[in-house]
Design a protein around this ligand. Structure first.
Ligand SMILES: [Ca+2]
Ligand SMILES: [Ca+2]
Ligand SMILES: [Ca+2]
Length: 447
């Protein structure tokens, strides 16, 4: 019985080992074939070489057929020539981490020929020192995708192209960083000799820094998410109508507004500080929400017509928040601006704002300054300004506000011309004697 059990055990073990370790000793059916991969299978792409992609009069190499191409080393240009000319649709050009290097009199690192070409991909390398654009696609490339490129020290960075990801244009001269394009993600334009980005596009997490012109110049509708324009020698963001900026920063731009948007634009959660111009300027029908404007030389936030909510405007060189007409300014804070805290012209509502310390220098600054008529000024708190409420126009409704210590002169708490609906001014600190629900409060000096 013991021997029988041991025999069964050995048999099971042999079966298990056999299954686990041994290959099939019988050859496969059919003729014998090699098992090594062919060269094409190892590298199915086409090397950019004089044999595969011979150049022409204006190119060192020229791609004339669809396919996937790659560099096998750096390519240096020659006078009158681009490094690689693309003359076909459906081309992918992989720089393989190599450089396209310009020389005097050469053209571009990559160019397209005179025909329209679609669906081009250029990626993974450096394009530098070209006397033209580093990548000169122009209008003849449609649906071009550029990824993982350093484009440096050319006349211009890139002209043309559609989608850009992780591209850096740095130190390009008068042509600027990026000229054209529809979508930019994680790109940078730094120290270019003109505008950083000239494109009406969608930008996400992009940087424009220390360019000689505007950081982002978008004449049409554009969308910006978490982008930064800092230290440009022009405006930070200059955008067309129906643009959207969310969570962006404009700082230290030295010639123009930090953020300027056209009509019907939305600016949310943005910071604009220390620009030589206005912090945020918006045209008509705009929404400015939860933004900060600090230390700009002009107005902190200025709109032609808009809805400004929950913003802070501080220490700007002119008014904190300014609206021409038909605007709503609510729940904002305007502090220590050289001009007025909040200024409106006509047809607007100024509601529940805090204005303190405006007009600290020689010029007069009011907490709320109303120039025209048909405005409602309600529930605001104005303290320590030159004037609390300066209602210079007629036919406005002023009610439920509080003013104190505006230049220490009670008469400066409310300066209201005749012809307004002005809630009874009361200085009753017990709030018991005046039953007028429209009363304005503050140390008394009836205007
Ligand atoms: Ca050519
Ligand atoms: Ca003003
Ligand atoms: Ca003053």
């Amino acid at each position: 019985m013991y021997a029988f059990s041991r025999g069964i055990g050995v048999l099971i073990l042999c079966v298990l080992v056999g299954r686990a370790g041994a290959g099939d000793l019988n050859p496969p059916v059919g003729p014998i074939t090699p098992t090594m991969k062919t060269l094409v299978e190892v590298e199915p792409r086409i090397a950019v070489t004089a044999v595969n992609t011979p150049g022409d009069a204006d190119s060192v190499f020229k791609i004339t057929s669809p396919g996937s191409y790659y560099l096998v080393g750096n390519v240096t240009g020659a006078a009158g020539k681009s490094a690689v000319e693309i003359a076909s649709d459906n081309v992918t050009l992989d720089l393989m981490g190599f450089d396209l290097i310009g020389v005097g009199g050469a053209v571009s690192g990559v160019s397209v020929d005179a025909d329209l070409h679609e669906n081009i991909v250029i990626r993974n390398g450096r394009v530098r020192d070209w006397p033209g654009y580093g990548i000169g696609l122009g209008p003849n490339a449609r649906n071009a995708v550029l990824m993982d490129l350093h484009i440096v020290n050319n006349f211009g960075g890139v002209v043309g192209g559609t989608v850009f990801a992780r591209c850096i244009a740095r130190g390009n001269a008068g042509g600027g960083g990026f000229f054209g394009g529809a979508q930019f993600t994680d790109c940078q334009a730094i120290q270019n000799g003109a505008v950083g980005y000239t494109a009406s596009a969608t930008f996400e997490r992009c940087l424009a820094q220390s360019n000689s012109g505007t950081g982002f110049a978008s004449s049409g509708s554009s969308t910006f998410l978490s982008c930064t324009a800092v230290g440009n020698f022009g405006a930070g963001f200059s955008c067309g109508v129906t643009s959207t900026l969310t969570d962006c920063v404009a700082a230290g731009n030295t010639s123009g507004d930090g953020i300027a948007v056209g009509d019907h634009s939305t600016v949310t959660g943005c910071v604009s500080r220390s620009n030589v111009g206005r912090g945020i300027f918006a045209g008509s029908g705009c929404v400015i929400d939860d933004c900060q404007a600090v230390g700009n030389t002009g107005d902190g936030i200025a709109v032609t017509e808009g809805n400004i909510t929950g913003c802070t405007s501080r220490s700007n060189g002119s008014d904190g928040i300014s609206a021409s007409s038909r605007s709503i300014i609510q729940r904002c804070t305007a502090l220590s601006n050289s001009g007025d805290g909040v200024q409106v012209n006509s047809g607007s509502r100024v509601v529940d704002n805090t204005c303190d310390g405006n007009g600290p220098a020689a010029a007069t600054g009011s907490g709320v300054h109303v120039l025209g008529n048909d405005n409602r000024v309600e529930g605001n708190n104005c303290t320590n300004n030159d004037v609390g409420f300066d209602i210079a126009g007629g036919a406005n409704l002023i009610r439920g506000n509080f003013a104190r210590n505006n230049t220490g002169d009670p008469c400066n708490n409310y300066v209201v011309v005749a012809g307004n609906w002005f809630g009874t001014l009361t200085n009753d600190t017990t709030l018991n004697t005046d039953k007028n629900p429209h009363a304005n409060f503050g140390p008394d000096c009836i205007p």
